[in-house]
Write a protein that binds this ligand. Structure first.
Ligand code: ADP
Ligand code: ASP
Ligand code: MG
Length: 598
């Protein structure tokens, strides 16, 4: 029998009675002959309550003191859990993050794990102890020993990192729902349980609002091919397996979360780009356009939509997208017919652009990576026509003549030898639904920098200035019009808006932009699925569903495995139910959700 890492979330250990139930499960696993490492979260809503107290005392609690405060929650859980285990005759011992050698970056409240000194834990396992570890916490020593935390939801990351470092047979995440579902069952009661999900899809879902797994935990599972399972601690059912591609060679356990973020540069010379300029900004426009493409059976790859002239009386949108070059002749016809139906808007065509992408599970939450990509392209004098962001991939559409220069510049910047020209290797789940999940993120705000001079390198400067402040951005969209000035839109976490605004103000003044727009009453609704690329009509169906609700789409951004729309927050809950139903993801039966969370 092997080593199993089990993680129990807050609701699973929310009371003494729950601790006793969980202790029985742990004991059964150990008595079956396994070595067991258990990671626990703080009980119930403890972390939220501690945070609320801090905010009653000051609006800006010091990050060091926050870490000192919040880590106490997990410390309560580990000691009580060990007592529960000892009470039923198990040999068990509790360990804080520091005691298990969980070394992190010196970065309070959002530290990444560097390495885990597993010597002590291995010794305890050899001595037949069940080791109960405090999740979410670590320590650093620069320049003094300090307690750190990994960020909200970080106990999942502690567990998967321990599983990777100890080369565990598997990591089991126990929570309050039966596993990974097609969407949040608190929003859509008949969400369907997935037996399997690829780590690529899970990374997107987790980052787009599906709280069930911390995205960084999925990143580690993928990078180290850790077999990962999400299950209910109330049931014996198998839950959901998160599957990762096999590792070609074992990866060093050092710099677990900070190793090279980009694995490869991909060059795709088989795309063509079309854009419809000045389409009216009203509900239903994107739906009409992409319904034409769906009906023609033409698969659309990247789609971006950004509003332009937001301060004008009648703002209009630009919608740009790419198709396979072999479909171009038909795509032009279809685009012209759609343009006519939508009123007189201009169709622009670039028959041979290049889509150049950087891929790697480490792109997630690292704002510096996008900035580094844009800077490398700007230094090589390559202008960017479209940008598409996802958690594992950043793509830029550029003029085809720049393909070689751009590929060289990116390889050099990210320390890679040569670019790759074939499609990346992607594992597919056994189930065949193209759309596998729907997520809602209500923590995003939409920002736009207005009147940005159209010069090479401006995008690099903007995103560099946000990266320096540690602000991750998503859904970057820029105008397609090629006028003297453009608007560049993107989304950031709502809490980071003041910091982003402050950072950008200086830059805007320096480069002569006309202003910054902020909209924080928006929500991001996303579809995720490996099969989205290659299934025409998915985006059209999502846009039509939103149109039927009378919901205007403020921004669109897609990658090969997701479609995201920014919509008004007031429409969000209705929209997620309708979109989930439109893709026939529901079961008609209510999912069991334990405990109460608002
Ligand atoms: P834990 O305390 O066990 O870590 P979390 O609250 O962090 O639990 O995550 C579980 C919650 O994630 C569920 O109760 C559910 O409301 C939410 N959730 C959001 N999206 C999904 C999804 N696609 N599948 C399952 N749960 C989801
Ligand atoms: N207790 C921490 C939180 O609530 C970590 C976790 O539960 O994963 O965010
Ligand atoms: Mg959690």
């Amino acid at each position: 029998m092997g080593l199993i890492v089990q993680k129990y979330g807050g609701t699973s250990v929310g009371s003494v009675e729950r601790m006793q139930v969980v202790a029985q499960r742990i004991a059964r696993t150990a008595r079956a002959g396994n070595d067991v490492v258990v990671v626990v979260s703080a009980m119930g809503h403890t972390t939220d309550h501690l945070l609320a107290m801090a905010h009653q005392l000051t609006t800006q609690p010091s990050p060091r003191e926050l870490d000192m405060l919040l880590t106490t929650g997990e410390q309560v859980s580990i000691s009580l859990m060990v007592m529960a285990l000892q009470a039923i005759g198990c040999k068990a011992i509790s360990m804080t993050g520091a005691q298990v050698g969980m070394i992190t970056e010196p970065n309070h409240t959002r530290a990444r794990i560097l390495r885990i000194q597993t010597g002590r834990i291995s010794e305890l396992l050899k001595g037949n102890h069940i080791v109960v570890v405090a999740g979410f916490q670590g320590f650093c020593n620069a320049p003094y020993w300090e307690i750190t935390t990994l960020g909200r939801g970080g106990s999942d990351t502690s567990a998967v990192a321990l599983a990777a470092a100890l080369r565990a047979e598997r990591c089991e995440i126990y929570t309050d729902v039966p596993g990974v579902l097609t969407t949040d069952p608190r929003l859509v009661s008949d969400a369907r349980l997935l037996d399997e999900i690829t780590s690529e899809e899970m990374l997107e879902l987790a980052s787009l609002g599906a709280q069930v797994l911390h995205p960084r935990a999925v990143e580690i599972a993928r990078n180290y091919a850790v077999p990962l399972v999400v299950r209910s601690s109330w049931l014996e059912d198998p839950g959901t397996s998160v599957i990762s591609p096999p590792l070609p060679v074992p990866r060093p356990i050092d710099n677990i979360e900070t190793d090279r973020p980009v694995d490869a540069v991909y060059v795709d010379n088989n795309q063509a780009r079309l854009a419809l300029l000045r389409v009216p900004d009203r509900p239903g426009v994107a739906a009409i356009l992409f319904r034409y493409f769906a009906e023609a059976g033409i698969d659309v790859d990247l789609i971006i939509q950004a509003i332009q002239g937001i301060r004008e009386e009648q703002p209009t949108n630009d919608i740009a997208f790419t198709v396979q070059r072999s479909d171009l002749a038909r795509a032009i016809e279809v685009a012209r017919a759609a343009a006519e139906a939508l009123g007189s808007c201009e169709v622009v065509v670039d028959p041979c652009p290049t889509k150049i992408s950087i891929r790697g599970a480490g792109i997630i939450g690292r704002p510096g990576v996008a900035a580094q990509m844009f800077t490398a392209l700007a230094r090589a004098q390559v202008n960017i026509q479209m940008i598409s962001t996802s958690e594992t991939c950043l793509s830029c559409v550029i003029a085809g003549v720049h393909a070689e220069t751009a590929a060289k510049a990116l390889c050099q910047s990210f320390g890679l030898r040569t670019p790759v020209f074939e499609e990346p290797f992607i594992i597919h789940p056994a189930e065949t639904m193209a759309v596998r999940g729907v997520a809602l993120d209500r923590n995003q705000a939409q920002m736009a920098i207005l009147g940005v001079p159209d010069q090479p390198g401006i995008a690099a400067r903007i995103f560099d200035c946000l990266a320096v402040e540690g602000i991750p951005v998503d859904m970057i969209v820029q105008s397609q019009r090629g006028e003297a000035t453009n608007d560049i839109g993107f989304t950031v976490h709502r809490d980071l808006v003041p910091a982003a605004e402050k950072a950008l103000k200086l830059l805007c003044d320096a480069v002569g932009c006309s202003g910054i727009l902020i909209r924080d009453t928006v929500a991001k609704l996303s579809l995720v699925g490996i099969g989205i690329a290659g299934t025409p009509g998915i985006a059209a169906r999502m846009f039509s569903t939103l149109a039927d609700l009378g919901t205007n789409i403020e921004m669109i951004s897609t990658s090969t495995i997701k479609v995201s729309c920014i919509i008004d927050q007031s429409a969000a809950e209705d929209a997620i139910c309708k979109v989930h139903a439109a893709f026939k993801l529901g079961t008609g039966e209510k999912v069991a959700v334990e405990g109460s969370k608002s």
